[in-house]
Design a binder for this molecule. Structure first.
Ligand code: ADP
Ligand code: MG
Length: 204
């Protein structure tokens, strides 16, 4: 049971056609500034010891200027000292939207289970999740979505519904066909015409 490196997880998602926000490790404030290319970015401390990054102050969102990036880089590396060893991950700031969670775990009896629900701050409040034993069909994926009380928030129209179902099927295929035992894409941000995973956690 080992945690897969963030960027390795990023490559696995890519291989299965699941979009995630452009990301890369940076080794200095200068590298972080270079990564931004003048656009807003996010910096995060990545460490085996930090499971809830934002709760520990290890996520800095919406960094627009070079000085903001430099300041955040300094603050984060300071806070990260008690989570050593750590890396600093830079990401593009994703467009706002509904946050969805897709997860997976392995049950002694049933094997791999895939789950989906409303993500972000609502996950713990509403516990609105649907899960199925893998493999799942398109029909199963659709029924999982419709089972959620939040389905019309997650997929307000037919195009969004198709997008979510396609995404869930890809995630489920990825989960089945790899050695990953535990999966947590939380959140995947859904917007007008797409989606992006912004937090990847995989255990094999
Ligand atoms: P953790 O779940 O460990 O606290 P996340 O990486 O999920 O850390 O970040 C916390 C929250 O910050 C996310 O739920 C999301 O709302 C927001 N967030 C994180 N990364 C991005 C990003 N690249 N673009 C936009 N929002 C982000
Ligand atoms: Mg998260």
């Amino acid at each position: 049971m080992t945690l897969i490196d963030y960027m390795e997880g990023y490559r696995i998602l890519k291989k299965y056609g699941i979009r995630s926000v452009e990301s890369g490790y940076v080794k200095s404030a200068d590298e972080a500034v270079k990564f931004s290319k003048g656009r807003s970015i996010v910096l995060k401390v990545i460490s085996q010891k930090a499971v809830h990054k934002s709760r520990s102050g290890l996520v800095a969102l919406n960094l627009g200027s070079d000085s903001e990036i430099r300041r955040a880089y300094g603050t984060l590396t300071g806070r990260a000292l008690r989570f050593r060893p750590f890396k600093i991950l830079a990401q593009r700031m994703a467009k706002g939207g509904v946050e969805v969670i897709i997860g997976g775990n392995t049950d002694q009896q049933f094997g791999k289970l895939i789950m989906m629900g409303l993500g972000g701050i609502y996950v713990e409040t509403f516990k609105d999740v649907a899960s199925r034993v893998c493999p799942i069909s398109r029909r199963d994926a659709r029924s999982m979505l419709l089972q959620l009380r939040s389905h019309s928030i997650i997929a307000p129209d037919a195009a969004a519904e198709k997008r979510v179902i396609d995404l869930l099927l890809k995630a489920s295929r990825m989960f089945e066909n790899t050695d990953i035992n535990e999966l947590d894409l939380n959140p995947i941000i859904m917007h007008g015409n797409g989606y992006e995973a912004v937090d990847i956690r995989m255990i094999d």
